[in-house]
Structures are given as structure tokens and as C-alpha cells.
Design a protein around this ligand. Sequence first.
Ligand code: ADP
Length: 421
Amino acid sequence: MSVLLGCIADDFTGATDLASFLVQSGMRTVQLIGVPTEPVDLSNVDAIVIALKSRTLPSQQAVTQSIEALEWLKALNCEQYYFKYCSTFDSTDKGNIGPVTDALLDNLQEDFTVLCPSLPVNGRTVYKGNLFVNNELLSESGMRNHPLTPMKDANLLRVMASQSSGPVGLVPFEIISKGAKNVKKAFLELAKKHRYAVVDTISNEDLHTIGEACADLKLLTGGSGLSVGLAKNYVDKGLFEIRNNSAELSKVKGEAVVLSGSCSEMTQKQVARFKESFLSMKISPLELKSGQNSLANALAWFEKNRNAGALMFYATDTPDNIRRAQELLSVEEASELVENFMAELVAALSQRGVKKFIVAGGETSGAVVKALNPSVLKIGGSIAPGVPLTEMVGDVPKLIALKSGNFGDEFFFEKALEMMQ
Ligand code: ADP
């Protein structure tokens, strides 16, 4: 059976979030880091998510990369295509959600799609076309001060109209609440004069209604939530059977290493808790700079202790200590020293046979993934909401958990270890 759903995500963690939802809905899903340059084994895969890093690129570059990803997916003849963006519709004044959606529609020779960023379980809802973050309008939430994509207007019809080429319509809550058939009718009506439909979405049930109504659209666009109802559509069309084993990963033996470069409050708690039961080594950018600590030293410590159970390397520190390091070096140099160290360390550990990694920090995860350079990540069960266990597919499979900042609870590292057994 061929791949049913081909997705393009505008950032890495967003891709993982979507992939995790698809797995939960019973679809066997892999995540690709960028468009593959080598052939990829896609047997036993129902959905693919290509992770780009296009959210804040200049629009033209975002379009080029997204079209390249679409062309690659089109060669697989997917039943549907999905453009995944953030549930807070993160985009710059010039795009990129509008220009990329336009280009994808044109390339697929389609003239209508849906805009559904909502994720009610995380407090992202849309009412009368306005996006809410918990109880606040998007434009009154913290998102208005985002350093790269400040969202100063909560009205998605206006935001989309300002960065895209066609008229934007609304399927209001009154219609959504009447079920999928009515939503489908509303799409057909809107499509006569509009290119995009913003859909009001207040509850998880609404996402299922909208998903069902999208069964015949070639291109879908939204956050991860819109994906929840799609597996059922494929079942109804006789294309698919829900898989009970969609989250199954290879069994991998051996020791696990935690690498933490996140300094968020939750990560500080996770590190403190883990230290109570496992051996750990603290990494400081100042010590790396002065030569008091080094990769060679860390590897010697690892070799000495590798039989003592899971080990942790952490740069995680208090805000005061981070400030001090940033003042004595610079923000960039402190980050770079830690990120480069983690990247070199993970590569060296991998060479020494370590096959299980738990990584904390969005940027840190980016550096680690780049160093390990997997072509395919198979998505497994959730360790915490939005953070699945993943498998780097290859001759020697590796398990890896990547979590950014505040994800997970205090026991996240222990839970990840347990799921890796
Ligand atoms: P989060 O997801 O919590 O934001 P990130 O990994 O994205 O975590 O960002 C944390 C940044 O802080 C990284 O660039 C990391 O290298 C840097 N960093 C980690 N530890 C320290 C430290 N002790 N001093 C200064 N910078 C640090």
C-alpha cells in the first residue's frame, strides 16, 4: 500500500508534533529531516512528515523549499498533502503561510483549501475567525512580542488576506457544530468565490468534524490538530486499516545518555531529579573556554562510568550563572560552546556504541540531530504530550528523545529511559 498522507512542516518540533498525532491516530509515520537526497525505504509507512526550517525564511526561499518537498512527495502519489504550521499561526508580515499555501495550491492545480491552526487541548481555538491562546486573543497573548513572528492581529481572515493572493472566507461555529456534511457544503459554497476557508474550532470534536469534511481536499493546511480525523477518512475510502502497532519501534539494547542544554525551569527540575539517581557531569561554557573541561575529559569520564547505568551531561544552570557566563563570553559564544560540545559529544558517543539518547533543549536538539544526521526518524509512542520517542532508522537503529524547553514533567528523563527498555 502506498503512502496516504504527505506532510510538509515549517519547523522541526512542529513536524514531530504532527507525526506524533498521526501515530496516535493509527498511521505508521516517519519524519524526514529536509528533502532526502538518498533513496529512503518507505515500506510500511502510511504518512510522511518532511521537516523544513522555513517558518522565518524570506518568503521566496520558504516557497522554493516547500515546493521541492511537495515535488518529492508527489512522486509517491499521496492521497492528500498537508502543510503544517504553528497553532499560533506564526508568520512574519510577509508570510510565509500565505505564499507557501498559494504555491502549494498552484503546484497541485487546486484552488481551495482550509486553514485550521486550532489545537483545543493546548488552548488554541478559533471563534468567528479569531485565534485565541487560552483565554486571550492571539494579539493580546505573549505571541504579540515574539522576537521573530510577532502576531499582532488575531483575525485569521485579515492575517491570511494580507499575505496571500486570494479571498479568505469563514466557516463559522454555527455550521461546524452541525456536523461534517454541513461543513462540506459550506466548503463547496465558499470555494465559488474564495481560495481559503478559516474554520472555527472550539473543541477536539470540531477537529474530527472538520477532518471528515476535508476528505476530498487535495491540500490541507493547519496545526497538528487537523490531522486527528484523517485516518478515519482513509478507512472509509477503503484505503487503510487503523494500525494498532503504529508506534512500534525497534528493540535497542545498551546504555542511555542524557544530554541537556536547556535551561528552562522544567528542565532544571528534570535535571535535579535525575541527578538524585544517576551519575552526571556538569558542563559549563566557561570551563570549556578555559580548557578546564573538554571533550576528551568528558569521554574519559564516560568510559570510566559507562557500566554504571544511564549517564547525564548537562549544561543546564541557574539564570544567574547563565548571565555570568554570557557576560564573560557573549550570549552567542556561550551557546555555541555548549551546542558544539553536545554535537561533538553525541557523535563520539555514537561511535563508541551508544544507541540511546535523551536530549533536552530545542536548539540543543537541533545541534545533536545535525551531528547524528539521520535521514529518517520513525515516530513512536508519546513520552509526554508533543514529545514522542523516535527511532533513527538504519543498519544500527538508535532511539532518541528530543524535547524542547518546558515540555514534560519532572520525571521526563526517567520516563524516556523506561520507554527505551
Ligand atoms: P530551550 O528549548 O529550553 O530553549 P535550547 O537548547 O533551545 O533550550 O536553548 C538553550 C541555549 O542555552 C542553547 O543555545 C545552549 O547552548 C545554551 N546554554 C545551555 N547551557 C548554558 C549555560 N550554562 N550558559 C550559557 N548558555 C547555555
